[in-house]
Design a protein. Structure first.
Length: 445
């Protein structure tokens, strides 16, 4: 997973899409970067306040003043929020391969639109997003991505609701992805269909959250450097996942919970015609959610995870599973956040069905001025594969500055360092270091 997506997953804990727990290839460029249009938060389904709410302090990186957000267009009972981002991207290693290291510059255009209900006992949101990139020199890396979907919820009680959603997209598995073959003449393309249903039942001191997800991935063959075709359809798979979380409040700003997850991964074809890569697994956790005197807020869970693989001769992954996010608010201008994770992820890498993903990061967000926010983040993750003698070390660092204008536009300048130091890699997998500089101007209504 990319650092940005990991950060988003940690913030949402069990309320996030199942992609955070056992998700689709979130390295896709369209999914990796956050939405650029700043729209108002969804109106609450009820005016009653939940004892599990953790919103006493808004992190600097998520701060949005009403004057800086999109106003939207009224369309009957809906609000439409259109937006367009235009920017430039410099990459020092366009192929993510230190043995074939070349730099390039790309123009990036990202249109998006969100249509949602104004209010009432239900929420409904329709959305569409795109990502188009054109490189100055290596036109083989030109890409187009697009996705659309919906999500909605309906109140069934003062603090209880039913939710559902689905989306479909055409994506690129970028060069820096762990399963991107170095001998491909252009990045792999794939399609993803996701759907989920869920429910939250909440009383005065207890709530129960349940959710079920399904994700279907279909990869397209791609030309090989020097001629021929790389058959990528053995990466096609369907994921089924579910979770249940039971939480009890023990006073203002403190709750404890137990949670369980289960998943099943079914590959459409055998890898290489012989390797069976299906797997199934579960997780059991104890966790706590807290907000201490408006200074420290977090959600931390620790438990046991196990993933059993059908790949002959491959032992199961089992051990400590964890996901934690703790933020510190020393004053109104700073937010410091620490994150950590230990989980199992499935893999499109031929010869393996999954890997153990562990690591963490630290970030700081600072409001330099009322309209100017600076962010800094650094971290380290390690992926240990089953079925292959492969271990990836994944350090990253990012620094950015975002200017929010009250005239419906914003500007962002950022630097990102990403790398993969691959131990035991063979069969077309390489190590890389990449320095990326981006400048983006976003217009919204």
């Amino acid at each position: 997973m990319s650092p940005r997506v990991l950060r988003k997953c940690a913030l949402g804990t069990f309320l996030t899409p199942i992609a955070c727990l056992f998700g689709q290839p979130v390295d896709a460029q369209l999914l990796q970067d956050a939405q650029t249009v700043v729209i108002p938060n969804e109106p609450p389904l009820t005016t009653q306040r939940s004892v599990f709410a953790r919103d006493s302090t808004v992190p600097v990186g998520e701060r949005m003043l009403p004057a800086l957000s999109a106003q939207g267009l009224k369309l009957g009972n809906f609000d439409l929020f259109p937006g367009l981002s235009i920017g430039g991207l410099y990459t020092s290693n366009v192929f993510a391969n230190n043995d074939r290291k070349h730099s390039d510059f790309a123009v990036v255009v990202r249109p998006e639109a969100t249509l949602r209900t104004v209010g009432g006992p239900y929420d409904l949101e329709l959305y569409a997003r795109g990502d188009f990139r054109r490189y100055a020199q290596y036109v083989s890396e030109d890409t187009e991505e697009g996705m659309g979907g919906f999500k909605g919820s309906v109140a069934i009680g003062p603090l209880s609701s039913l939710t559902a959603g689905a989306d479909y997209g055409s994506y690129i598995d970028p060069r820096f992805a762990s399963d991107s073959p170095v001998d491909a003449a252009k990045p792999l393309e794939y399609r993803a269909l996701n759907g989920f249903v869920g429910a939250t039942i909440e009383g005065s001191t207890t709530r129960v959250i349940a959710r079920a997800d399904i994700t279907q991935l279909r990869f397209s063959d791609t030309p090989r450097i020097g001629g021929g075709t790389i058959n990528a359809q053995d990466r096609d798979r369907t994921r089924y996942a579910g979770l249940v979380r039971v939480e009890r409040s023990f006073g203002p700003g403190l709750s404890f919970y137990v949670a369980g997850t289960a998943n099943k991964i079914d590959y459409r074809f055998l890898s290489g015609g012989v390797l069976q890569r299906d797997s199934s697994g579960f997780g059991a956790y104890l966790g706590a959610s807290f907000d201490v005197t408006r200074l420290i807020r977090g959600d931390v869970r620790v438990g046991y995870i196990r993933q059993k693989f059908n790949l002959p001769g491959v032992r199961a992954i089992s051990g400590i599973g964890a996901l934690g996010n703790v933020s510190y608010f020393p004053n109104g201008l700073w937010t410091f956040t620490a994150r950590g994770e230990s989980s199992v992820q499935d893999s499109g890498v031929p010869g393996t069905a999954g890997y153990l993903h562990r690591g963490g990061s630290i970030s700081a967000d600072h409001e330099l001025r009322r309209y100017l926010i600076a962010s800094l983040e650094g971290g380290y993750y390690q992926d240990t594969y089953r079925g292959l003698d492969r271990r990836d070390k994944l350090p990253f660092a990012e620094v950015s500055a975002t200017y929010l204008s009250h005239n419906h536009w914003n500007a962002r300048l950022g630097y990102r360092y990403i790398a993969r130091h691959c131990g035991g890699c063979s069969g077309g997998i390489s190590s890389y270091d990449d320095h990326r500089i981006s400048a983006t101007l976003t217009f919204q209504y």
